[in-house]
Ligand binder design. Structure first.
Ligand SMILES: [Zn+2]
Length: 276
């Protein structure tokens, strides 16, 4: 049931954002959308199949199997159900932030994650552009955290579904009224906020790492309101802003190539202006 609900929400989320993108696009893409969607769709299939093949079960099933176990943090501390529910949502989203931070600061993890960043454009299909090893690592971290916490099953399902939709929304090439976006980004990561993270500037790539709630970026001072180059600034990775970056074999082999982009120089990174 978890898998069916997940794929249903994924399809619905994809459709909603796709229609929005076609009606109110933020910017024109440098490479036709059909080409991007087909290549990124293929990578999504490879990554999902690899992860499902390895783990066989999802976070909701792990949470359900922990419900009657003696182990798990929430079984040791007596907290009201509502508090457990909210804590689960916050902790699992913070885990995503922490893993994402590590992907930008630990060289071996950056090898995998730069596949996501080497997309020469930014639209909902960018959300599907994740290397299979990164998918396996993120899913492993989530499964491990759920097993350690033994959280409410419904809370885990909520996080899974919201995250699924948010992956598309945060990468959406959509425009929205400035006032609405300003209010929205106080509670959820908006496409305009996440676009900063996909800037071609290596320093800006280590900003705006949150997935659902933007609060982690404010808390850990990784928030950047706008890119230095402004709204028209380029996305992707310098030298890789071409159609070759959409090749499936390129995406699968990029972590193992020599010509990888180096991690951001921490001195340069600290010099970037952080506004909150
Ligand atoms: Zn990133």
């Amino acid at each position: 049931m978890e898998a069916r609900t997940f794929w249903l929400v994924m399809a619905a989320g994809f459709l909603v954002v796709a229609i929005w993108e076609s009606l109110r696009p933020h910017r024109e893409l440098s490479i036709p959308g059909e080409r991007r969607w087909s290549r990124h769709g293929l990578l999504l299939i490879v990554s999902s199949a690899t992860s499902v093949g390895i783990y066989r079960i999802g976070p909701v099933v792990v949470a359900a199997s922990m419900a009657h176990s003696r182990f798990g943090l929430f079984h040791q501390i007596a907290l009201p159900y509502a508090v457990q529910f909210i804590l689960t949502i916050l902790l699992l989203d913070f885990l995503r932030y922490a893993v994402h931070w590590a992907e930008h600061h630990v060289p071996i993890l950056w090898r995998m994650h730069q596949v996501h960043h080497s997309d020469p454009d930014f639209d909902l299909s960018t959300g599907a552009r994740v290397h299979p090893i990164e998918t396996v690592l993120v899913q492993g971290a989530t499964l491990g955290a759920v097993a350690l916490l033994a959280p409410p099953v419904a809370a885990v399902l909520v996080v899974e579904l919201v995250t699924c939709f948010q992956v598309f929304f945060a990468h959406a090439n959509v425009s929205m009224p400035v006032g609405l976006e300003k209010v929205l980004r106080r509670v959820v990561v908006t496409p305009q906020m996440h676009r900063v993270h996909h800037s071609e500037d290596a320093g800006e790539q280590s900003r705006n790492l949150s997935e659902i709630f933007p609060w982690w970026d404010h808390l850990f001072r990784t928030y950047l309101a706008t890119p230095a180059a402004g709204d028209a600034g380029l996305v992707g990775m310098k030298g890789l802003q071409n159609t070759g970056s959409l090749d499936l074999w390129f995406m699968l082999s990029q972590p193992f190539r020599r010509e990888r982009q180096a991690l951001v120089d921490p001195v340069v990174s600290q010099g970037s202006s952080v506004r909150s």
